[in-house]
Ligand binder design. Structure first.
Ligand SMILES: [Zn+2]
Length: 81
């Protein structure tokens, strides 16, 4: 982890919720919405794009803002004590 500062309330540097984003690759039945198949990362079929988003997002536990970790990290770097 790196130092983080909330860009919204601008005071919180210590209390955060880390929201892990683990993608599940699934194939749904087009009519019922049922999961027909769940892929592991190395068994994706060629037409299925793997998730490339961030691993986690951050919620400020003081004001509730949810953002990418970069937002909090950049703010901490900009307003270093
Ligand atoms: Zn905040």
């Amino acid at each position: 982890m790196e130092p983080m500062l909330c860009p919204n309330c601008k005071t919180n540097r210590t209390r955060f919720n880390l929201i892990e984003q683990r993608a599940r690759a699934v194939k749904l039945h087009p009519q019922t919405g049922e999961i027909e198949h769940e892929y592991s990362n190395d068994t994706l079929d060629p037409f299925h794009l793997p998730y490339r988003g961030p691993d986690y997002r951050v919620q400020c536990a003081a004001c509730g803002l949810i953002e990418q970790p970069e937002m909090f990290i950049k703010h901490a770097q900009h307003f270093q004590k």
